[in-house]
Design a protein around this ligand. Structure first.
Ligand code: HEM
Ligand code: HEM
Length: 144
């Protein structure tokens, strides 16, 4: 398996564990919701779910299409946008929630959100191009 595919999956599991610890934290101490609810939601949905889809998608979709991935470089660079972007969103939300330098927190959140969006766009482009190239290959005829 490609090194970066493995890292997408590792990171997805890391965010899953972290998000659920925050979830338990919010059950035990409901006042945590102000600080960590948005982080919990996005570590689960952009971390656990999307990161797993990035990893599994990069591994499986080219194979299903009988192609290599359109760009390994985009796949690898996207990893840094998506991982650092999401971590930064968590940091930004916590800073805003805790009223800990909220203006800096807002800036951290904005920059991180843009990085996350760039990561999403890279994934969409890379997989889109892989699938589009696969469309040009004629389907294999079943053996008669
Ligand atoms: C140990 C597991 C989990 C615990 C203890 C937990 C706990 C919580 C708590 C306490 C809230 C705040 C609810 C409120 O506003 O009163 C919440 C919100 C939320 N959680 Fe979790 N959660 C867990 C796992 C997950 C998972 C796996 C996902 C998604 C994949 C998820 C998605 C969400 C979403 C989307 C919200 C926002 C819901 C809303 O605002 O109405 N959670 N969770
Ligand atoms: C660049 C990516 C994203 C950004 C910047 C972003 C930003 C936000 C913001 C600012 C909120 C309001 C949080 C608050 O109540 O303070 C929010 C809520 C929410 N977002 Fe996102 N989001 C992103 C991607 C996603 C994705 C991909 C999903 C789902 C797959 C998602 C699911 C949700 C949900 C369920 C809520 C409601 C949480 C709640 O009830 O508190 N978001 N998002």
């Amino acid at each position: 398996m490609d090194k970066y595919v493995v890292w997408y999956i590792r990171l997805s599991l890391f965010f899953f564990v972290l998000a659920n610890i925050l979830g338990i934290g919010m059950v035990v101490a409901p006042e945590w919701k102000v600080y960590y609810k948005a982080t919990h939601v996005h570590f689960n949905l952009l971390g656990w779910m999307s990161m797993m889809i990035y990893g599994v998608g990069y591994h499986i979709l080219p194979k299903f299409s009988g192609r290599y991935i359109y760009s390994v470089a985009i796949q690898n660079i996207q990893f840094w946008f998506s991982s650092l972007g999401l971590l930064g969103m968590g940091v930004g939300w916590s800073m805003i929630g805790k009223d800990l330098a909220p203006e800096t927190g807002q800036t951290v959140l904005l920059i991180s959100a843009i990085a996350t969006l760039v990561g999403v766009a890279m994934f969409a482009f890379n997989i889109g191009m892989t699938v589009a190239e696969a469309k040009k290959v004629p389907p294999i005829k079943p053996a008669s």
